[in-house]
Ligand binder design. Sequence first.
Ligand code: HEM
Ligand SMILES: *[C@@H]1O[C@H](CO)[C@@H](O)[C@H](O)[C@H]1NC(C)=O
Ligand SMILES: *[C@@H]1O[C@H](CO)[C@@H](O)[C@H](O)[C@H]1NC(C)=O
Ligand SMILES: *[C@@H]1O[C@H](CO)[C@@H](O)[C@H](O)[C@H]1NC(C)=O
Ligand SMILES: *[C@@H]1O[C@H](CO)[C@@H](O)[C@H](O)[C@H]1NC(C)=O
Length: 437
Amino acid sequence: MYILKFLGALALATSVLAQNVTYCPGGGVCYAVNIPAPTAENGSGDIYFQISGPSTLSWIALGQGSQMKGSNIFMIYADAAGTNVTLSPRLGTGNSQPSADTTAEVTLLDGSGISNSMMVANVRCSNCASWSGGSMDFTDTASEWIWAYKTGSAASSDSVSASVSQHTAYDSTTLNLQNAAGGDSSNPFTTKVTSTSSSSSSSSSSTSSSSSSSNSSDTSASDGGGGGTPADVNMVIMAHAVLAPVAFVLLFPMGAMIIRLLSFKGVVWLHAGWMVTTYVIVLAALGMGVWIAVVTQQLDTYHSIIGLVIVVALLAQPVSGMTHHLLYKRTGGANIATYPHIWWGRAIVTLGIINGGFGLQLSANTTKGEVAYAIFASVMWVLWMVVIVFCFAKSRRTAEEKAIYTVEMRNENSSTERMRYPASISAGQPHSRELLW
Ligand code: HEM
Ligand SMILES: *[C@@H]1O[C@H](CO)[C@@H](O)[C@H](O)[C@H]1NC(C)=O
Ligand SMILES: *[C@@H]1O[C@H](CO)[C@@H](O)[C@H](O)[C@H]1NC(C)=O
Ligand SMILES: *[C@@H]1O[C@H](CO)[C@@H](O)[C@H](O)[C@H]1NC(C)=O
Ligand SMILES: *[C@@H]1O[C@H](CO)[C@@H](O)[C@H](O)[C@H]1NC(C)=O
């Protein structure tokens, strides 16, 4: 009982002293709201919020409301100089780009800017209690907000009505504004940030609650959605964006070409080892990808879904490859596993190459990267297809020259395990280069 009472009192004290509610949906993006004590008391007045996130994002937004339509949206993006952010108040009209709202009384405050690959906007809003489309009770324990951000190239505009493209991550959330109430600072978020070095600057503003309000806050309302700092996320994105393309564009096609082009005994094991090693690299890239997708809430994007499907689909390859090999050893010919292995492998690897493009679309800062990838990937893929067609034509020619389509017999001289056209036994030729397809 006593403990419960104590906890209750503590909770009450916290909410009285609290100065911000913070919500971090992931991807290094965070939103914080402060309702100054006077505003909380009389239900209207200035409120403060902070929007922060990696500067690798195209834009970040926070809105009052439960859906885009009728919401009071505040979007930030890099300005033309790239050193500060442009604060763009917008009114949501539906599920389309919200248009600039000229009636919003918002001010970008000190402490805003872009540095250390983070963009931060400290904002004061003087008319956020109501707007064309809705209103907000600043004492609501479950006030409704929406948030969104877009990965991709920086908007780089000083215009509040810059045209931006659709979010890559978004959702709605509720914030307990009772826990955000407190303080009477004209810029609560810089107060926090600089309080260690210059606490005299503004923490002295008196509130009814306490003089120590500057370091009390509500953290229970903050959401644990995202782990990892933006720097972590960016590093993992970088590693993922190197490993996965190297595997799909370079190593898988090379491993496929190896078995087509090389002819020596045991080439099958070079192929098998090469492909399985590449698959392990893909698993590592997938692990990173899943982490990134969870942290930045992008598991529901095409790139993430296709990526997961591909990695599962590729599991069939070692199985079908091994089955082909064992049956081939017994019969010396194409078997039930041969064509599934060849064509499933080609299809899934190709899908993986394409999916790399989707990934770049999700996160590339420049279209240059996408173009470079498209060119490199196409060259590699075309080369692979040329090798396939070339080897196919060659094997067919050989077969036609011999003009014999007899039953394939196991050929002990065959140095590789590629399938071949049935060749004349009487010709007595090793037909290791004659492919079945
Ligand atoms: C993740 C693992 C693997 C992948 C992605 C993969 C992929 C492929 C692909 C795409 C081809 C067709 C090559 C072409 O484009 O012409 C191929 C051929 C082949 N693979 Fe694999 N492979 C894998 C593992 C294995 C394993 C473990 C074995 C055997 C132990 C194996 C044995 C073969 C053989 C013998 C062929 C030639 C089939 C023929 O032409 O008759 N593969 N593989
Ligand atoms: C809100 O309350 C403060 C003091 O608590 C007062 O100074 C201010 O005038 C009030 N504002 C309005 C709009 O009532
Ligand atoms: C960004 O703009 C705001 C508002 O003009 C200003 O207070 C802040 O100091 C600027 N930040 C930087 C880094 O220039
Ligand atoms: C909100 O309060 C917490 C706890 O004091 C603090 O760590 C955090 O920096 C504050 N958020 C902002 C944006 O100032
Ligand atoms: C404020 O912060 C200081 C130093 O971090 C700490 O010693 C003190 O207990 C804090 N006060 C409250 C009320 O949390």
